[in-house]
Design a protein around this ligand. Structure first.
Ligand SMILES: *[C@@H]1O[C@H](CO)[C@@H](O)[C@H](O)[C@H]1NC(C)=O
Length: 308
């Protein structure tokens, strides 16, 4: 009897075991053994506003968020990667109700500054120093630009303005807005005076890039009065720079959206929307776009002047 009860128990156990196994099997076929937790590879949602990632960045992968001292930022002699968890904001000198984070400056070896300006309620810009030209690009919110002639422009996300040196102007914001700003001492050429420019990315034509697959737009005229330009470069996932560039120009870059690998010198950096990069002259540079969405970045480049 003991024997038969023991065998009926083991039959029950077998039955239970088979249920557990089938449940497990169901679980595995749903998720697969090798699938990562869904929180790690969440595709970027398309329902977010344009360039949302710049002001709402992923500070670090979810499994590293609580690791003290962890950052992807790097600062080297000829390049820097400045990721959002390293951005330090403080009141911008002279501006009203505006916090700024200088990401690139002459202290890093650059001849320009690149900073993020977070304009709050009733905020207002001030003029750059004498002989310094300014470029502003809106990544979040709306601002109003007014110049000495009293003409105003409303600038929304993806629109921008170039303000020649010594042109009186102000940028005002009623609610909240984030700008990326570039400034440098204008390298004057006799008889070439740049005009104020106000426009938006989508109004600029896609230009030919022989030998390359990315889409290029230039936000400023390529003519001699301008000593720098701002490029908007778009890569579909899998596209990459053909030329492994080394050149005399310097760059300030803000990744507006997407993910990929940036090569700078001998280092290879995973990067994503919200990251900023400083490239000194002659640093070897290359980008490959990865992920599921387009990469778009904005790039400062000095042009049109003899390097001597
Ligand atoms: C002020 O802005 C208007 C409109 O963009 C422009 O036509 C005008 O030339 C600007 N004034 C100066 C002094 O640049």
């Amino acid at each position: 009897m003991q024997g038969s009860s023991a065998s009926s128990l083991s039959a029950q156990q077998l039955f239970l075991l088979s249920i557990i196994l089938s449940l497990l099997k169901f679980g595995f076929t749903q998720d697969g053994f090798c699938s990562a937790p869904s929180s790690i590879i969440k595709p970027e949602s398309n329902s977010q506003p344009l360039y949302w990632k710049v002001t709402n960045p992923t500070l670090s992968p979810s499994h590293l968020q609580d690791l003290p001292g962890f950052t992807r930022s790097v600062y080297k002699r000829d390049h820097a990667l400045i990721t959002p968890e390293s951005h330090v904001f403080s009141p911008l000198p002279d501006w009203t109700n505006t916090l700024g984070a200088y990401l690139i400056s002459p202290a890093a070896g650059a001849h320009f500054v690149m900073y993020l300006a977070k304009m709050q309620e009733n905020s207002r810009s001030r003029l750059p120093p004498r002989d310094v030209e300014r470029f502003i690009f809106v990544v979040q919110g709306t601002v109003t630009l007014t110049n000495v002639s009293g003409v105003s422009h409303k600038l929304i996300v993806d629109s921008y303005a170039y303000l020649p040196s010594n042109l009186e102007h102000s940028v005002k914001c009623d609610a909240s807005a984030t700008l990326v700003v570039f400034e440098r001492r204008h390298a004057y050429l006799e008889n070439y005076i740049p005009d104020q420019i106000v426009s938006s990315t989508d109004k600029q034509p896609v230009l030919e890039t022989p030998g390359e697959v990315f889409e290029l737009r230039k936000l400023l005229p390529a003519s001699m009065p301008f000593d720098f330009n701002i490029h908007i470069m778009d890569f579909q996932p899998g596209e990459f720079l053909n030329v492994k560039e080394v050149h005399y120009n310097q760059h300030g870059l803000l990744l507006l959206e997407g993910q990929g690998i940036y090569r700078l010198g001998d280092s290879w950096y995973p990067v994503q929307g919200g990251d900023a990069i400083w490239m000194a002259p002659f640093v070897p540079q290359w980008y490959g776009a990865l992920g599921k969405t387009r990469t778009r970045y904005l790039l400062y480049k000095d042009v049109n002047r003899n390097p001597l």
